[in-house]
Write a protein that binds this ligand. Structure first.
Ligand code: GLN
Length: 454
């Protein structure tokens, strides 16, 4: 009830939730009370969570914040949310996001932008919460849920976490089932939690992760007790600092944050080593070929027949055209056009195939660093602090918006786990985050190192 009241009071201004499930939340909480009374409590018994609108929730608004999915209420539950409910968690509602998870500012949502609960000192200007999981990050940061689900294709968990002073982890590809999560770029998409601290993130990920026969890319490995890893010291851990992440035009405050993180880990007994990830500069262009290619294929299913919106036409082809023209926003259309272009017969080899080869090289850079003994890699999470809503620079040039993902997309392309952890405030009082990148399925080292810097 306290969380629902807080949402009702704050959400009209923040726009973090696109649907609040009051009745369902109370029913689930009552069932939780009954389990607690009978001594059958699960690991998340009674914990109220917000769910990104990308996760299918049975009988509840699931629209990936797109007009094309108007009215869609699935008759099934995503595996990740089913895991959370099985452990006793309570659903508060569905969280705002960039349309189909395409964006870095939560401004492409059909339901309008989310406001970052943070403001710069002495300023009243609204800031973006990051994206695409902007609603998840804002809701956690504003205490409108105890934790939230999110997804990350190129940074959508880590960048909004960094912009809101929260913790977000994108686990290894395959750690969580993608079943029942609206697909953006299937070879890159992963679910993970956004939480208020590293411990909460560890507890939530333990519950979300599972192998699943309905997602053949989910991996059959035991899910460790991540919380137990927090107590371990980082003494002797080898922390790699990749020189290629010192990008042109990086603000001094981000460089200073990075140095601060290095100093903290050194103090805690970690060994700091300089490393090179030479293909980093190709990561962004490669990502913006592969992800739209997969998106253009995944989004072909929104045809006005099976889901959501239908705009009638004289015949079925015109119905498809009108539905898709009206249903998708500009950024989604841009991605579909890029994607179909790079996959088309004349350009496939030059763009898509080439990008896949470069992706392999990016992955190999990380493999080489880990083979040389590096345990974890430390970088800034984002190249800047949160920027203003309707920022002119970003709005007029989509490529400037894409630059937000410069430190995060490599991790998805290599399938590795990455965590964003708050590391302090800049001069204007805005949160900045550090990123830690680990070996495949070594989320434990990430949690333990993040706990040392939080
Ligand atoms: N900002 C990136 C994009 O727009 C990443 C989004 C995501 O991780 N879902 O594609």
């Amino acid at each position: 009830d306290a969380y629902l009241a807080a949402i009702d009071a704050a959400n009209p201004a923040l726009n973090a939730y696109v649907a609040v499930t009051h009745d369902k939340a109370r029913d689930m909480a009552k069932a939780s009370d009954a389990r607690l009374a009978s001594g059958q409590a699960g690991a998340l018994e009674g914990i109220p969570l917000g769910i990104k609108d990308l996760f299918a929730t049975e009988g509840v608004h699931t629209q990936a914040c797109s007009h094309v999915l108007d009215g869609f209420k699935p008759h099934y539950e995503s595996t990740v949310t089913a895991n959370l409910w099985a452990d006793g968690a309570v659903m508060l509602g569905k969280l705002n996001m960039d349309e189909f998870a395409m964006g870095s500012s939560n401004e492409t949502s059909y339901y309008g932008p989310v406001k970052n609960p943070w403001r710069a000192k002495g300023s009243n200007a609204d800031l973006v919460p990051g994206g695409s999981s902007g609603g998840s990050a804002a809701a956690v940061s504003a205490f409108l849920c105890a934790g939230a689900t999110a997804t990350d294709t190129g940074g959508s968990i880590r960048q909004p976490a960094a912009f809101t002073g929260t913790v977000g982890i994108k686990p290894t590809y395959g750690r969580c089932s993608r079943w029942g999560i609206v697909a953006y770029a299937s070879s890159l998409d992963q679910a993970g939690p956004i939480a208020r601290d590293v411990r909460d993130a560890a507890i939530l990920l333990k519950s979300m992760a599972s192998v699943d026969a309905k997602d053949t890319t989910s991996v059959d490995r035991p899910v460790p007790d991540y919380e137990a890893a927090l107590g371990q010291s980082v003494k002797g851990l080898k922390v790699g600092i990749p020189k290629e992440y010192r990008v042109e035009g990086m603000p001094q405050e981000v460089e200073a944050l990075w140095q601060q993180g290095i100093a903290w880990l050194k103090e805690a007994g970690a060994e700091i080593v300089d490393i090179s990830l030479p293909h980093t500069r190709y990561a962004l262009p490669t990502y913006y070929i592969i992800s739209p290619a997969e998106a253009s294929s995944n989004l072909a299913r929104y045809d006005g027949v099976r889901y959501g919106l239908r705009v009638p036409g004289r015949d079925i082809v015109e119905m498809y055209e009108k539905t898709r023209a009206a249903g998708f926003g500009d950024e989604v259309k841009r991605r579909i056009m890029i994607g179909t272009y790079v996959l088309s017969a004349g350009y496939y080899d030059a763009y898509y195939l080439q990008a896949q080869k470069v992706r392999t090289l990016i992955k190999k850079d990380f493999e080489d660093a880990f083979a040389a003994g590096v345990d974890v890699i430390l970088t800034p999470a984002t190249p800047s602090a949160p920027f203003g809503i309707a920022d002119q620079d970003m709005a007029s040039d989509p490529v400037k918006m894409y630059l937000n993902d410069i430190f995060t997309v490599t991790v998805n392309m290599a399938g590795l786990p990455g965590i964003a952890v708050p590391a302090g405030l800049n001069d204007r009082g805005l949160p900045l985050g550090l990123q830690l990148i680990g070996r495949p399925f070594d989320e434990e080292t990430l949690f333990r190192t993040a706990h040392a810097v939080e």
